[in-house]
Design a protein around this ligand. Structure first.
Ligand SMILES: *Cc1c(COP(=O)(O)O)cnc(C)c1O
Length: 430
């Protein structure tokens, strides 16, 4: 079993083994194989000014410390800092910046990160340039003497574009390179090994894996960077709570298994969609036709669980499809065991202007699938049924599944935008 107390990566072991054991030695006091969740906000001290390593849970908490050891190990690094959400983790990285600094960020950016950069950072005198990071030369060309941070997201949301981390790292000059690796998870890629300085995850997604917790993490190998981010975590206080930290830690134990299932299912779904005559475009790095498939093979181990596609028939048919699936629940977020469907233009990316979305290839007809770990034939049958039920030229499904699971025809009056939501609770498959 790896010795977690050293805080060093257990890189000789396979990923699934580390996911189970990293940060998980038995409780030193009781031997409990699964360590207790330390809910205590304060710690009784042996003497004035003396601690057993903990005094107040904002500064450090044993349950959070276990999660941080586990996540650092999985990225092949020495340090991780766990936050209350992915956005809190990203804000933790931006705390490294000072007025006058310049940031080069990929234009294919999670909406919340775009909002933080453009509306919050901009007020602190930090300049941002958005670039097409699929081309390392575009990133290099945007660098200035004041560039302190390069921000990448790969694969990107929702168009599954990739940034070549090693190539961009080679030309980063004096800037720090941060990679939001949420869409991949450490099971799929390890940006620090490719030259990044910081890796960020929304642990809300694949790391926790069950859509029941919010969290974020920053992983670094440099002690000075770690000290600065941990200082910010304690000073600003958006720490992961012990219960949330425990849920993420538990989820991570099955990450190796889950990512295999997500990727296998996503590949099957992408190939099914690509073979349909009534689907115009499919985005998945695992398809041989993906423009960066060769980079994906180099940079990733498996291609992740997110698939985006444009059905033929335009935005009305895309909306009809999002309503018509039974297993794919209509919901934002991603990375959980359950399959989700969303229309980014109307949901996750609604805060961008139509022009901004068009420039990024996020049309009103783009559908994003977070492919879960259900049985692939069931998922494909669900999509097949939905596509067949929304024939080309008909802007809405001609049938729906009622609360009892029966397939019913829609009367002509309810066809169109006023269609009743088929599933009042999109979490539960109808
Ligand atoms: C969800 C997400 C975030 C934000 O994480 P929260 O946990 O929702 O705060 C950041 N980046 C990416 C790529 C995400 O998918």
């Amino acid at each position: 079993m790896p010795n977690r107390s050293s805080g060093h990566p257990t890189s000789a072991l396979g990923f699934a083994t580390r996911a189970v054991w990293a940060g998980g030695e038995p409780c030193p006091h009781t031997g409990a194989t699964v360590a207790p969740v330390y809910l205590s906000s304060t710690f009784t001290l042996p003497d004035v000014g003396v601690t057993k390593g903990y005094d107040y849970s904002r500064t450090a908490n044993p349950t959070r410390a276990r999660l941080e050891a586990q996540l650092a190990d999985l990225e092949g690094a020495r340090f991780a800092v766990a936050f209350a959400s992915g956005m809190a983790a990203i804000a933790g990285v931006t705390a490294l910046l000072a007025p006058g600094d310049h940031v080069v960020a990929t234009r294919d950016l999670y909406g919340g990160t775009h909002r933080l950069f453009t509306t919050v950072l901009a007020r602190y005198g930090i300049a941002i340039s958005f670039v097409d990071a699929t081309d390392p030369a575009c990133v290099a060309a945007a660098l200035r003497p004041q560039t302190r941070l390069i921000w990448l997201e790969t694969p990107s949301n929702p168009t599954l574009r990739l940034a070549d981390v090693a190539a961009i790292a080679a030309g980063k000059g004096g800037a720090l390179l941060a990679v939001d690796s949420t869409f991949a998870s450490p099971a799929v890629q390890q940006p620090l090994a490719q030259g990044a300085d910081l890796v960020v995850h929304s642990t809300t997604k694949y790391l926790s894996g069950h859509s029941d917790v919010l969290g974020g993490v920053v992983v670094v190998d440099d002690p000075e960077l770690h000290a600065r981010i941990a200082y910010h975590q304690n000073a600003a206080g958006a720490t992961a709570g012990p219960w949330d930290a425990y849920l993420v830690q538990r989820g991570v134990k099955t990450l190796g298994l889950r990512m295999k299932a997500h990727a296998e299912n996503a590949q099957a779904v992408a190939e099914f969609l690509a073979a349909r005559a009534d689907v115009a475009e499919v985005h998945y790095p695992g398809l041989a036709g993906h423009p960066q498939h060769a980079l994906a093979r180099r940079q990733m181990r498996g291609f992740g669980g997110i698939v985006a596609f444009r059905p033929a028939g335009g935005p009305a048919r895309a909306r009809a499809l999002a309503r018509a699936t039974r297993l794919f629940a209509l919901a934002v977020s991603l990375g959980g065991v359950e399959s989700l469907i969303c229309i980014p233009a109307a949901m996750t990316h609604a805060s961008l202007t139509a022009d901004q979305r068009a420039a990024l290839g996020i049309g009103d007809d783009l559908i994003r699938l977070s492919v879960g770990i259900e049985d692939a034939p069931d998922l494909i049958a669900d999509l097949s049924r939905a596509l067949d039920g929304c024939p080309l030229g008909i802007s809405s499904p001609s049938w729906y599944i009622d609360a009892l699971g029966n397939r019913s025809r829609l009367s002509s009056q309810v066809l169109g935008e006023s269609i009743p939501k088929h599933n009042p609770n999109p979490r539960s498959p109808r």
